[in-house]
Design a protein around this ligand. Structure first.
Ligand code: SF4
Length: 327
């Protein structure tokens, strides 16, 4: 059971300049992150902005080179892949960005944007074949009457339609993993569920794994269904588990706080919900992450040792949790 992709102790640091004459500080966007992505699974990666989830997505898609750690594709370390396997790896992991307008070239029609990679990669031989293939892909992402989209430019489409085009482009190369970074946050609220349903259908039908990056727990729970949730805080993974189990019974105080922050419309359920008030709502300065547990300045359960010793991500039953409360 070799995982499709494995990250082992991966770290990414960025230089951040705060003053013109001060030396740059290092920000740990990802710190010592290990994760396995298996065939056909949906993983929801959640956390506040600045927690490292987008950097994690970029490392997985190969857009960001880690400073430390190793990546394995189908059991082989990335550095050891020959040219052919490396190209296969690049094609097998596709990304769907949050901003569909920025992701599509505004000067190219939908046909041009979609046909070029198909011809380049030899999936189709000529433009006639490309036209058939593009229409087939548009139908797969539920854009009916696909011929009407071919000559359109991105600005002539709605946000939801553009997001479907990005998904069509992502599946055109038969990927094994799609990293979707906040794919519905800029889409009209009324259309979000239909795009999540589409991703879930592509996952079922094509067996493609999804890494769904979001700050929104309700969509994470909706799309991942029986998949896993990965909770990130200041560049580190603090909890991993089955989505339903983790949201139903969160272990890490940070996940408890995220769940507390989601409004519950039913007053009875709201009363029953375990509320957790953070000591501070502000995320600490990432250039000076707190010593010990990075969450301790905000954690209502913080103990003395939390300020001195960093908790490891350890298996607790079906869950992985990084918190001294469980040691
Ligand atoms: Fe809170 Fe301590 Fe657990 Fe960190 S290790 S989450 S500070 S209880």
């Amino acid at each position: 059971n070799t995982p499709l992709l494995k990250l082992e102790n991966v770290s990414v640091y960025f230089e951040k300049r705060v003053g013109l004459f001060k030396p740059p500080s290092l920000v740990g966007a990802l710190v010592d992150v290990s994760l396995e992505v298996n065939k056909g699974e949906i993983i929801a990666v959640v956390g506040e902005s600045g927690c490292g989830k987008t950097t994690l997505g970029k490392v997985i898609t190969g857009l960001q080179h880690p400073n430390n750690g190793k990546l394995y594709y189908q059991g082989i370390e990335l550095n050891r892949l020959d040219k052919k396997r490396r190209n296969e790896y690049r094609e097998s992991i596709q990304m769907v960005q949050q901003d569909s307008f920025a992701a599509l070239n505004p000067k190219r029609t939908i046909f041009q944007s979609m046909a070029d990679p198909l011809i380049e990669k030899g999936i189709v031989k000529n433009r006639t074949e490309a036209k058939h293939k593009v229409m087939e892909l548009l139908e797969r992402v539920e854009l009916s009457a696909p011929e009407q989209y071919l000559e359109k430019y991105p600005h002539q489409l709605s946000g939801g339609q553009r997001q479907r085009i990005l998904l069509a482009r992502a599946i055109s190369l038969n990927p094994k993993i799609i990293v979707a970074d906040e794919p519905v946050s800029m889409v009209d609220v009324s259309l979000r569920v239909s795009i999540l349903n589409l991703m879930a259908r592509l996952n079922r039908e094509m067996g493609v794994s999804f890494i769904y990056i979001t700050h929104d727990l309700s969509t994470a729970r909706y799309i991942a269904q029986n998949g896993r949730i990965v909770v990130m805080y200041l560049g580190k993974i603090v909890e991993v588990g089955n989505v339903q189990e983790a949201i139903g019974d969160p272990k890490h105080p940070y996940l408890q706080a995220l769940i507390s922050a989601v409004p519950v419309p039913n007053p009875k359920l709201a009363r029953e919900k375990k509320m957790l008030a953070l000591k501070s709502i502000d995320l600490p300065d990432p250039t000076k992450p707190p010593k010990g547990c990075r969450f301790h300045p905000r954690c209502p359960y913080a103990m003395e040792k939390c300020a001195d010793y960093e908790p490891e991500l350890k298996k607790r039953g079906n869950r992985y949790v990084a918190c001294h409360l469980y040691s």
